[in-house]
Design a protein around this ligand. Structure first.
Ligand code: NAI
Length: 767
């Protein structure tokens, strides 16, 4: 034990270990845990050990959930759901407030339990995780109260299966359970096998506050239990974890009609511009990649620093890194605790080894005894190095340089992920410009890893889809307002016509494809017969050409809503002027609809706003609807013109470029649109129109990496195949119900919402 006078000389920290006796007493009194089903704990069975990763000590025994356990839990949730949904918003809110309050009352207990179970420093569980858990329940109590006012016509989904990871165990539980309950759903949640204890303590809190039985059910177990949940009779699956498992879940749920949200991995850029406050940026790295031992999906794991300040930045960074204290998680002065499990430690070390084998240099990052790895970073690392491409999910960043802002953006976006990013610059102009150009769901300007229940969180691309937090998060737990569904006529088999002129067949028209603003013959030269003429039979190559043309028309998004509105008004006017030409091919109702849709979405083009949400004081937190980029749209096989305009116009109004597969059986009215588009100043490539075998073409689009989102109206079988193909790069697929496309419910905000994804930009202020 050092004497005070010695400490005053060395200024070393002494041990300051948080008392864990209350938690240990609780664990000892429970010993073995069953599942929490229907308001009660089941008898423990098929147990496995849950350990403190910092010491290897067994903390408790958990039950491995079987498919039967999952089925029981789903049954309990199903039974409880109608009654829970029928409670008034205020009554549901009261339960959520009670959960929030009881969590707050037990902040210390839960923080210690979390730290023991996960290995994260007590400073983090006490100051970040648990306060955010309480905040999440408070915030969503408000949503329970306001649900019907704010989301009229929306209903709860039913029973939600929720699978969470081990990096923020109780916080991820809160992110999942609070919005689900606020919306009127009931849940079956599976915590990660390494870190189930706070979920089980939460189950006890549910009982304590008198939450109705079966509203929250918790089943413990590993990936097999998770797979059983995905296969169970549930209405929604919400998953946070690895991209690999997320992709498997997407494939498994394809065509089931279940709602799916995925929060997956990341390799987020951390960009330091030459005018950044370098000391602040170094602190940002600490919060980014050395927070929670780097086991953070949105960790700023790729540090990109302007070449002119790189040397100075690295000096500051290494000095700071060396002062980080690695040690006992329960010690209040520990900065870096234990990795969650030996399996994860091995995974981190193996990626580091692959990175150094491929030529990178590792600074720090040495493994310690047990589950500890010192903070570190990889330098001199090539873009294709595995350490640069793979999510390390440990306290190891990469460090590389750039010369210009454009290069920084290019490097930042050179990843299959798109979860988050952090930008450091003293110039608001530079920082916001870069934040806007990074393709990711959450951007932090001059800050990192900020979270709040009001600020939507979620990814682009292979980081998944769906949002947690705020209004966007609520919508992912609600069913869209019901519409009158009309059965769609199945397309007839495509009948080839070799004679492209159609002479002698009584056919008077041969339409073309519309790609890149020009009429194009189909690649294979084939046409098929449709009422009134021949339609071009597009193949995969045409689809690829159309996607390429759409990709090149990126300026459309940059034009802004006002300019896009003008084009859409122009389309409305030109359609009206050419109504007679259309009359030969389609009904008056469809022509009127087409014109009405153009006016409607022209009006919306500059009004589908984002929000400045009330997250933390002193921060501007902007939630912006961003276009996806290239969207593929497979139209229904009925009301060709009305359906086409109802689907395509909202997509382009928001700034997307589209690749559209027209009604298979009767697409000729669409050929009349080419001239309307050409004369309305619609830039080439914004709308590309293909005709032919819809499901085949749609599958090619769904599998195409450059297509960021897909809308499909068609058969259940077709949708299954589309969703399977889309799982490759995890693009979201929306399948609006087939309806009478001339009716009012075929337009509106719902379509705009599906044509955009939210990007949350955090900007702290204060002189
Ligand atoms: P994981 O994705 O296997 O585990 C996450 C959750 O999914 C756990 O509850 C697990 O039991 C469950 N699960 C596993 N297989 C499943 C299946 N087939 N069906 C349904 N549920 C299943 O992640 P893991 O193996 O623990 O970590 C591996 C890597 O994943 C990490 O190194 C990291 O790169 C990444 N990861 C990312 C997270 C994030 O927040 N984005 C969180 C955890 C891990």
């Amino acid at each position: 034990m050092s004497r005070v006078s010695e400490i005053m000389t060395s200024m070393e920290y002494g041990p300051s270990v948080e008392d864990s006796s209350a938690v240990r007493d609780w664990l000892a009194s429970r010993g073995q845990f069953g599942h929490f089903i229907g308001g009660d704990f089941t008898k423990p069975a098929d147990c496995f050990a849950s350990r403190d990763p910092s010491t290897g000590e067994v903390l408790a025994e958990l039950s491995q959930g079987s498919a039967e356990d999952v089925a029981e839990a789903v049954k309990a949730a199903r039974k409880a759901q109608p009654k829970w949904a029928k409670l008034s918003g205020t009554d549901r809110a009261r339960h959520l407030y009670a959960l929030a309050r009881h969590i707050q009352k037990r902040e210390r207990f839960l923080s210690v339990l979390e730290t023991l179970d996960n290995g994260k420093p007590i400073r983090e569980s006490r100051d970040i995780d648990i306060p955010l858990v309480a905040r999440h329940f408070y915030h969503h109590a408000g949503w329970a109260e306001l649900r019907d006012e704010r989301f009229p016509g929306h209903a709860p989904l039913g029973v939600c299966a929720q699978i969470i990871p081990w990096n923020f165990p109780l916080l991820m539980l809160a992110w999942k359970i609070a919005p689900a309950l606020a919306a009127g759903n009931t849940v079956v949640l599976k915590p990660a096998e390494y870190t189930s204890l706070t979920a089980l303590a939460f189950a006890e809190i549910c009982r304590e506050v008198g939450l109705p039985e079966g509203v929250v059910n918790i089943v413990t177990g590993d990936g097999k239990t998770g797979a059983a949940m995905v296969a169970a009779e549930v209405d929604k699956i919400a998953f946070t974890g690895s991209t690999e498992v997320g992709r498997a879940i997407a494939a498994q749920t394809a065509g089931t009609g279940r709602k799916l949200t995925l929060e997956l991995g990341g390799k987020s850029p951390f960009i330091v511009m030459d005018d950044a406050d370098l000391d602040a940026a170094v602190e940002g790295v600490v919060d980014s990649i050395w927070f929670n031992q780097g086991q953070v999906c949105c960790a700023g794991s790729r540090i990109l620093v302007a070449e002119s300040v790189a040397a100075r930045f690295e000096t500051l960074l290494t000095a700071r890194m060396q002062r980080l204290r690695l040690g006992a998680p329960l010690d209040k002065s520990t900065d870096i605790g234990a990795i969650v499990d030996p399996v994860q430690k091995d995974r981190v070390l193996s990626i580091c080894k692959a990175a150094t084998d491929a030529g990178a240099e590792l600074v720090g990052g040495q493994p310690g005894e047990g589950c500890f790895i010192a903070p570190g970073y990889l330098k001199n690392i090539a873009p294709a190095n595995p350490g640069m491409e793979q999510e390390i999910f440990g306290p190891i960043a990469t460090l590389s340089t750039f010369r210009t802002a454009d290069e920084a953006v290019e490097l930042a976006n050179n990843t299959r992920y798109g979860l988050a990013g952090s930008v450091w610059s003293e110039s608001a102009t530079v920082a916001t410009d870069i934040a806007a150009r990074i393709k990711a769901g959450v951007l932090w300007i001059n800050c990192a890893n900020m979270f709040d229940a009001a600020a939507p969180f979620g990814g682009y691309r292979e980081s998944g889809f769906g949002r947690e937090g705020g209004a966007a998060g609520m919508l992912d737990y609600l069913a869209e307002p019901a519409v009158k569904v009309v059965k769609e006529p199945a397309p007839k088999p495509v009948r080839l016509m070799d004679d492209v002129t159609g002479k002698g067949h009584g056919i008077d028209r041969t339409a073309k494809l519309y790609i890149g603003g020009a009429q194009k013959r189909p690649d294979g030269g084939a046409n098929y017969t449709v009422p009134g003429g021949l339609a071009p039979l597009a193949n995969r190559k045409d689809m690829r050409n159309a996607v390429e043309a759409a990709t090149k028309s990126g300026k459309w998004a940059a034009m802004g809503g006002h300019a896009r509105a003008q084009v859409l008004y122009y389309i409305a006017e030109n359609l009206a002027a050419r109504a007679d030409d259309f009359q030969r091919l389609t009904s008056k109702a469809e022509i009127d609809t087409a014109i009405a849709r153009a006016f409607h979405y022209a009006a919306w083009a500059d009004k589908f706003d984002g929000a400045n949400v009330q997250a933390k004081p002193g921060h501007l937190v902007n939630v912006l609807p961003e276009p996806y980029g290239v969207m593929a749209i497979a139209c229904p096989n009925a009301q060709p013109l009305a359906a086409f305009m109802s689907l395509v116009l909202p997509a382009i109004a928001m700034g997307n470029s589209t690749v559209v597969i027209g009604a298979q059986d009767d697409p000729l009215a669409l050929a009349e649109l080419y001239q309307v588009f050409d004369t309305s100043d619609l830039p080439g490539g914004v709308v590309n129109i293909l005709t032919g075998a819809k499901d085949e073409l749609a599958q090619t689009a769904a599998a195409h990496d450059a297509v960021a989102a897909m809308w499909y109206v068609g058969s259940r079988d077709g949708l299954t195949r589309i969703e399977q193909a889309a799982g490759g790069n995890l693009k979201p697929v929306w399948s609006p119900a087939h309806r009478d496309w001339t009716k009012h419910d075929a337009q509106g905000e719902l379509f705009l919402r599906h044509a955009t994804r939210t990007k949350t930009i955090w900007l702290p202020y204060g002189a």
